[in-house]
Design a protein around this ligand. Sequence first.
Ligand code: ADP
Ligand code: MG
Length: 691
Amino acid sequence: MRPEALNPLFAEVQTLEGVGPKLMKPLERLGLGRVKDVAYHLPERFVSRRAIADLDEGAEGEQVIIALTPVEHRSPRAGSRGPYRVLAQDAKGNICALTWFGKAAYAAKKLLPVGERRWIAGRLDRYGDMLQIVHPDHIEVESAANMGRLSEPVYRLSEGLTQPRVAGLVEQALGRLPELPEWIEPGQLERSGWPSWREALRLAHEGTDARARDRLAYDELLANSLALLLVKAEGRRRKGQALVGDGRLRAKLQLPFALTGAQARSIAEIEGDMAQEAPMLRLLQGDVGAGKTVVALNAMLIAVEAGKQAALLAPTEILARQHFETLRKMLGPTGVEIALLTGRAKGRERESILMGLMDGSIQLLVGTHAIFQDTVSYRDLGLVVIDEQHRFGVAQRLALAGKGRRAPHTLAMTATPIPRSLTLAQYGEMDVSRLDEMPPGRQAIDTRVVAMERVDDVVAGVERHLASGQQAYWVCPMVREIDGVPDLADIAAAEARYAALKERFGDAVVLVHGQLRAEVKDANMERFVSGQAKLLVATTVIEVGVDVPAATLMVIEQAERFGLAQLHQLRGRVGRGAEKSVCLLLRGSELSETGRARLALMRETQDGFRIAEEDLELRGGGELLGTRQSGEAAFHIAGLDQVQRLLPAAHADARLLMERDGGLTSERGEAARLLLYLFERDWGVQLLRGG
Ligand code: ADP
Ligand code: MG
């Protein structure tokens, strides 16, 4: 049971004034379901604005406040997804477009009557030869005092929310923060000059106070370290079962290839763990295509040889099916019974699988989370394999499932390369096996960095490439977004590139980006996959599942604007067939030192691990390779640089607390329990109770 002191924080967001059913969806999309989520919705950045008398005074890209008088409303053509524009003029008669996408346009209609002067705050941009402000942050009748504020928080939004709206909710949420006892070690607090928890949250919304931000990040890291240590302590108490296979089933596998050194090593590590009584908690890391499946199969067969069952948990129905088919083929001559169980299995089919699991006639089970429902019971489950550990802590929690019985061994698999120094933070004290060697025969992708000025040569190269019968991708960046709406300049760039290439290649080229209607997008994609179209111009929306072996050239425009993770992922779309593949990274002329080094790294290596390690070195911050996109990030508050800076201290702090007060019963221990609940690491606390 959660301590009462935290109730105001865990109250639903509807309890805030002004939150009705209409706001629920946009808030949910941001993960803001409870008061505490709102309080922890920290500003992405702060803007400074400048008040200008007329448009001539403002610079492109600048945040301004200006008085404008609407002269004309322009609705998008019926059926088109174009924006809603209001043309407005300044004191000198210069015209500026105020632009809205989607439903946000309602605001424009009400707030900007023609002929009535309004104060507008927002970022000045260029659209063709006109100035524009996309989704103004504020529209006021009089130049309200808050518009003049020099620095103002900018929150991440979703459609249906505005900055003032979110700021108002945050204000309310902050007003509800209870006073909580201190959980950070007093010495640490003093040395760093950190404010109290409540004060830190206030400050973090008001400005760029590094100490407040650090304190909040430290809280999260401390909670995480504590929970992991609690799990570890519990693991030491629990017994698993030592499983030793005799190799008879593995010997019958007829694989069309020899294992790589890395695969053999990983299997040996797993075999060693499973032979111990303590339950295995191991993570298998390997880039896409590294060959994780056959490692998992070997682990599962060890369990079966030892007379136990094994289960493989896949993140989606499609992947579960794919795994099931692959494994069934590989198992062919072994006579091992394998079944597939997903949410779709109904009636008699489901019954018979459940029976088979109970009586042990089904030895291997593949499925989605359906395989761990209460209604599913195994005769003797010896191993659980989790493909793509989606949420942090899944493996830990599963390993602890079915308390009282002997714990199964757990193997988690992930394709996200994570720097060594961060695996502790991300995966706790799991042991790690790495597939750092690709199966042979995978083609190296010839990667080159080319200056944008040479784009004509590149287009000529694409022409030769297509003439030889192969296909190609041309990727344009769509990185910048304004309030969840893609930047017009980016769309314009992709459209313009498409138009230029179409002039040259005609129907052989198709366009795919996120602003196209779904049917159009799908149809265009289909034409490329089927080979009718030869050149695909796309933003980063190229689906992860896209597999076109005949596509052997990839051009990435303004490559410096992409994260290395994205570049690594994008490049993975080529090099899938027998032909040699090429990746051209087009760079702009104003490239920073770091930008240069990052592109050079892409040219040099295809090793996801190395890219992850060096990206960390180069940037020392920013997003962890691939994790944000895959929703796998362990931390919401702590950024990468904070993890690096503060984790060692937080970990040591947690360890010390556990040594002195493993049951968390002292005054500080009680405070730490609150912290665990606050960051939803309550599985740690629950161990204490049952323990
Ligand atoms: P992952 O799950 O790590 O992305 P898979 O297990 O799906 O990778 O393997 C990718 C492909 O490589 C499969 O077609 C698989 O049969 C093949 N493969 C795996 N191991 C080897 C190997 N040692 N030698 C050659 N091919 C291999
Ligand atoms: Mg796989």
